[in-house]
Structure formats: C-alpha cells, structure tokens
Design a protein around this ligand. Structure first.
Ligand SMILES: [Zn+2]
Length: 229
C-alpha cells in the first residue's frame, strides 16, 4: 500500500516543475517519513525504476532536500553494503548516484579475480547529472547483481572504459576516466537514471538465484529479506 501511494504521488509529481518537485519532496520528508526517500531499496516492478530521472538544477544541489537525500543514500548504501546506489532506487527520480568500492569490498575477491576484472578501490563519490562517453568499446562480460533485483545475479556485458563528467555535492564539476570494474559500476548506475536494469542487457541464460544451493540444502526454507535492518 505504501508503495502504491508513493507511485501515485510520483506520477502526479512528474507533471510538475522542478520547484514543485522539490516542494513535493520536502512535503514527503516532513509529513510522511515512511515514504520516499525510503530507508530500503525498491524492487524491480516499481515504476520509478523504469522512469527517466530528471537532472537536479545546479542551484538546488546544496538544498536541504538534496542534502537529506544524499545522507539517506549514504546510510542505505552502508546498510546494504552495496558499491553503487542511484536515487531512483530510494524512490526519488533524480539524476544522482553514489559509488564506493572499499578496501574491504576489494578484499572479498581473490587476487586473480581482482586482476581479471580490473578492480580498484574507489572512495565514496557523489555523482550528479552525469554524462558518459565510451573511451574503450571492448565489451567485458562478468557477473553482476543489483539490490533492486535482490537475490539474483547474471552475466552482463559492459564497455571497458568510460569518461564520466558530472557535478559533485559541492556543485563542482569533475571528470573521471575509468576502466574495468569502476567503469562497470558507473554504467550500471547511469542505466538506473535512464530507467534501465541489468536484466535488460544481461545474458539471459545466466540469470540465477544467488542462493539456489541453499534452497536445496534447507528444503526450500529460505527467506529473502528486502530490508537490511
Ligand atoms: Zn542496480
């Protein structure tokens, strides 16, 4: 029910101006703390994940609403231990995402895998209104997952190298030239801003439940939590 109400609010908001969207969002935060931006990650099927998100006007980047949204995203990202999170995944269709690939997350992989996938540590970065240019058209295919398709994974082809141009949370413009794993994370997150999911571009026959063996071991008695509290 909560999700239905939020979707109706969202559809109504789509017809309004940026100013109206900000006040609509501010209204949600003050009067309906249980609505977007959520404390959980929304799941595939929610119409917000199929929306083309809107740019954040530069003068609103330091607004209380956007600051609040970024803080909430940082909190949820930590809670779910994910390497990227886009604003629409919390129910807010803005062109904003966060990436982070920590030393701890890097160490989860074996050295050989790190090398093949060109993994490297990426400090937490706020990315607003991104533009992506492909710098290396080589397609690399590796297993990928998404917290909005919780409990599954698949092989997904992505370009090896990209140049990212964007604004950060201080309104400063920056550029990043990246290859390998960080380029994959960024392509995944930018897709979210365009209403695209990895399931649209995955190798379909590789789509798998991430715990199918456990399902067998426990005779089907496995629960998948959608919140990470
Ligand atoms: Zn995702």
């Amino acid at each position: 029910m909560v999700s239905l109400l939020s979707n109706i609010s969202f559809i109504q908001a789509r017809r309004l101006s940026y100013k109206s969207i900000i006040s609509w969002y501010a209204g949600l935060v003050k009067s309906k703390p249980h609505e977007a931006p959520f404390n959980h990650i929304i799941q595939i099927g929610d119409p917000t994940l199929r929306t083309t998100s809107q740019e954040i006007p530069r003068h609103l980047i330091k607004s209380d609403e956007v600051k609040f949204l970024i803080k909430r995203m940082e909190k949820v990202m930590q809670k779910y231990n994910c390497v990227g999170l886009a604003a629409p995944q919390l129910g807010i269709p803005f062109r904003l995402f966060l990436i982070q690939f920590s030393e701890k997350q890097l160490n989860y992989y074996k050295p050989q895998e790190r090398e093949v996938k060109e993994m490297q540590v990426v400090p937490l970065k706020v990315i607003i209104n991104p533009r992506v240019e492909v710098t290396d058209y080589t397609k690399l295919t590796f297993v990928e997952s998404c917290e909005s398709v919780r409990g599954f994974h698949a092989e997904v082809p992505r370009y090896r190298g990209i140049k990212l141009t964007a604004l950060d949370d201080k309104e400063s413009a920056f550029e990043m030239n990246v290859v390998g794993w960080p380029a994959r994370i960024i392509q995944h997150e930018v897709d979210h801003l365009n209403g695209k999911m990895y399931t649209d571009v995955m190798r379909r026959t590789t789509f798998a439940c991430s715990c199918w063996q456990v399902v067998n071991e426990r005779g089907g008695k496995v629960e998948l939590p959608y919140g990470a509290d």
